[in-house]
Design a binder for this molecule. Structure first.
Ligand code: PMP
Length: 425
């Protein structure tokens, strides 16, 4: 049994690696006693309003009674069985729910363990698809700068080369093609020069490119950048014209985060392949899916291998699928109006940060609020201040941002925003 009374921070500091953290000079970590609703309770007594949803995932809050019940029910049926040769109600139930909300035509679903793996799967699908069609030179990927798609090998190759630190892995990562990131702002007018450059790059490299991969409408970890969805409509036409698959990475943007169910719902585009993850289990456990069209799936399977060459041990894990079913049901009971309300409140509150001389930009879309500073922040110092005022916000670089849980009340959201501004000012 875990001893919940004690968290030995010395063992943590000396033996545990935290995300993007040095072992020589580790950033402080805060021991958590419990998490409930929108609150994280620290061992040291602080009660924090969670502004991060544990990295876009815990959309319905911690210790959610419906998700707890779904997990308990499923555990008593079975925690896991292999997906090779077997199937079960949670996997099929989740497929049913996804088919109801996915863009029409995306109807072949491949479950996997995490967002990065879902991206690997998408990239492998694209290569097998092209190879099946005899397009054996089409093995590279094109993407925009400032993207982020995960930390595994191929996912990393399509992350922004600077923030993704490609230089460290020089000569070992697959070489991909990058075009400039689309200009910032959801409402920015379409720049004809950007479009012309995009067409030139795509047309010149078309015979080498299996797919164009990007995060639709919002680029997350690569800079919390929003851009005009019309670029995606244009990109879609170019991909069709030059025979390139289009992959949307909706791992961060899915399940209502941008105000629509999927970010692709801001466009007319049905991508050829879509990756989803993060909020899929309501933040309870790691799980993801890669979804494609029957045409792509059947072409992949008509090729030399006769099937798609991937099959992780925990594929279709019943507990993850049961949680995902329940999380989607909670979201459908909630409705997306709640996200519009959150957007309105964040616009009103975060707008006040624009007056600060240290602030470069403030932007809000759906349930995402971003304050971009002029200079990079000292994460450890700022984090300590956030904790002492009672909020959990984890900035990076010049970005101080929140993507709160959908269960947050108006009062809690206003408090979160006000305290955030109080600290940065
Ligand atoms: N794609 C995007 C857009 C992401 O934001 C992330 C995670 N931050 C990933 C992929 C990778 O997901 P995971 O961390 O679950 O591997």
């Amino acid at each position: 049994m875990v001893n919940y009374e004690e968290i030995d921070l010395k063992i943590d500091r000396e033996h545990l690696w935290h995300p993007y953290t040095s072992t020589i000079n580790p950033l402080p970590v805060y021991p958590v006693e419990k998490a409930d609703g929108v609150y994280i309770y620290l061992k040291t007594g602080e009660k924090l309003i969670d502004g991060m949803s544990s990295w876009w995932a815990a959309i319905h809050g911690y210790n959610n009674s419906r998700l707890n019940a779904a997990m308990t029910r499923q555990m008593q049926h079975m925690s896991h069985v292999m997906f090779g040769g077997l199937t079960h109600a949670p996997a099929v139930g989740l497929a049913k729910r996804l088919l109801k909300v996915l863009p029409r035509g995306l109807d072949k679903i491949f479950y996997s363990d995490s967002g990065s793996v879902a991206v690997e799967v998408a990239m492998k699908m694209a290569i097998q698809y092209q190879s099946s069609r005899g397009k054996t030179t089409k093995t590279a990927f094109m993407t925009t700068r400032s993207g982020y798609h995960g930390d595994t090998w191929n996912a990393m190759s399509v992350c922004d080369p600077t923030t993704g630190m490609h230089s460290i892995f020089n000569g070992r990562l697959s070489v991909q093609y990058f075009i400039p990131a689309f200009p910032m702002d959801y409402d920015a007018p379409i720049d004809a020069a950007v479009v012309a450059n995009m067409e030139r790059e795509i047309s010149e490299k078309a015979d080498q490119i299996a797919a164009f991969i990007l995060e639709p409408v919002v680029q997350g970890a690569g800079g919390m950048r929003f851009y005009n969805p019309e670029y995606l409509n244009i990109l879609y036409s170019l991909c069709k014209k030059y025979d390139i698959l289009l992959i949307f990475d909706e791992i961060a943007t899915g399940f209502g985060r941008t105000g629509r169910y999927w970010a692709t719902n801001h466009t007319n585009v049905v991508p050829d392949i879509m990756c989803i993850g993060k909020a899929i289990t309501g933040g309870y456990m790691s799980f993801a899916a890669t979804i494609t069209t029957t045409q792509v799936a059947d072409t992949v399977c008509a090729g030399e291998a006769g099937c798609f060459m991937h099959g992780p041990t925990f594929m279709g894990n019943p507990m993850a699928c049961a949680l995902a079913c329940e999380s989607m049901d909670i979201l459908s009971d909630m409705g997306l109006e709640k996200i519009s309300t959150m957007e309105k409140i964040m616009r009103e509150e975060l707008h006040n940060a624009e007056k600060l001389t240290s602030v470069a930009d403030v932007r809000v879309l759906g349930a995402i609020g971003v304050i971009e500073m002029k200079e990079p922040v000292d994460m450890a110092v700022l984090q300590r201040k956030f904790v002492s005022t009672g909020i959990w916000v984890r900035p990076f670089g010049r970005l101080v941002y929140i993507m709160p849980q959908y269960i947050i009340t108006e009062e809690e959201l206003r408090t979160l925003c006000r305290k955030m501004i109080e600290v940065i000012s």
